[in-house]
Design a protein around this ligand. Structure first.
Ligand code: FE
Ligand code: FE
Ligand code: ZN
Length: 307
């Protein structure tokens, strides 16, 4: 197992974004003991979005400064219903492009550096065509003035998802013009479900470095998986409660080559409680908590509001 000397791990989780916008997200992150976070600017399943409130953003940034969160490490996630892969469905392809452009301008106003995007679903299309459609879409979305980076997420291979291996990721990146404005977000559950054995994570990193370059990894979603390697399912499990296992996830989290990369938990809630505070404790202590459900009950049962 690895150890950090000096710098702290950049660790956080998925948080909410409601009427108080980034302020809600930041407060939740701090309540989990996190120093970064990931949010959707509205419901992940839809594309209804409200304007970004300038004053709330200023207030949130002050709060973040005071609580050790560097906005440079904060991640936005695009809703997963957009699909950049299928140009034949012209309306939905064009909508996805304009929505993402809009989303990028909204997060630019907040000073957010990264937006994670699921590359898309090929549906009835040939794989190569779907992958090049994604690249074409991204070429429409970003230009020389774009500030945030688009991070293509590694996918599990559920249905016709694109971005399910290094070659697909590489192919998309190769067809994108502004290469310095696009990176990759690894998702450990998706890697496992796509067929990568995370017990041999160093081998994967070596392959990634050879095909794409490790400097392209800008975010890591740290999730255990409910299913076996290569199952193509995409169902996240709490850390140490799935098939990847706690030690393999700790290896990813503490990997010296990925030290500066923000790590984000997208693990499922346990009953009505978010697991993140206790999972972050497990990570910091490098010690699995076999009583997660009971300890969350103790932690939250007396609190009025849990988000
Ligand atoms: Fe995702
Ligand atoms: Fe993810
Ligand atoms: Zn997932």
């Amino acid at each position: 197992m690895y150890n950090y000397v000096g710098d702290k791990m950049i660790i956080g989780s998925h948080v909410s974004f409601d009427a108080k916008q980034l302020l809600t997200s930041a407060k939740q992150a701090v309540s989990y003991g996190a120093n970064t976070f990931m949010f959707y600017t509205g419901a992940p399943q839809n594309t209804i979005r409200k304007d970004i409130d300038k004053n709330l953003t200023i207030e949130a940034k002050k709060y973040m400064d005071a609580n050790g969160i560097d906005i440079k490490n904060v991640i936005c996630h695009a809703p997963y219903i957009i699909n950049l892969a299928n140009k034949e469905k012209a309306d939905s392809w064009n909508f996805s492009i304009s929505f993402l452009k809009n989303e990028i301008s909204r997060i630019t106003k907040m000073g957010i550096n990264y937006i994670v995007v699921h590359p898309g679903n090929s549906l009835n299309l040939d794989r190569m065509e779907a992958l090049s459609n994604i690249a074409i879409a991204i070429n429409h979305i970003i230009d020389k003035d774009t500030v945030p980076m688009i991070l293509l997420e590694t996918m599990a291979g559920k249905g016709t998802e694109c971005g399910i291996n290094l070659y697909e990721l590489k192919y998309m990146l190769e067809h994108i013009n502004m290469k310095d404005k696009v990176g990759i977000c690894l998702d450990t559950c998706h890697l496992n479900d796509s067929g990568i054995n995370l017990a041999q994570f160093d081998d994967y990193l070596a392959d990634f470095d050879q095909e794409i370059g490790l400097d392209k990894i800008k975010c890591i979603h740290v999730n255990d998986s409910k299913n076996a390697i290569g199952s193509h399912k995409d169902r996240h499990a709490n850390l140490g409660y799935g098939t990847i296992g706690f030690d393999n996830l700790i290896n990813v989290l503490y990997h010296p080559l990925l030290k500066k990369v923000p790590k984000i938990l997208e693990t499922p809630w346990v009953g009505e409680y978010p697991p993140y505070k206790l999972e972050i404790e497990m990570i910091k202590n490098k010690k699995f908590n076999p009583n997660l459900e009971k300890d969350l009950e103790i932690l939250y049962r007396d609190k009025q509001t849990v988000k």
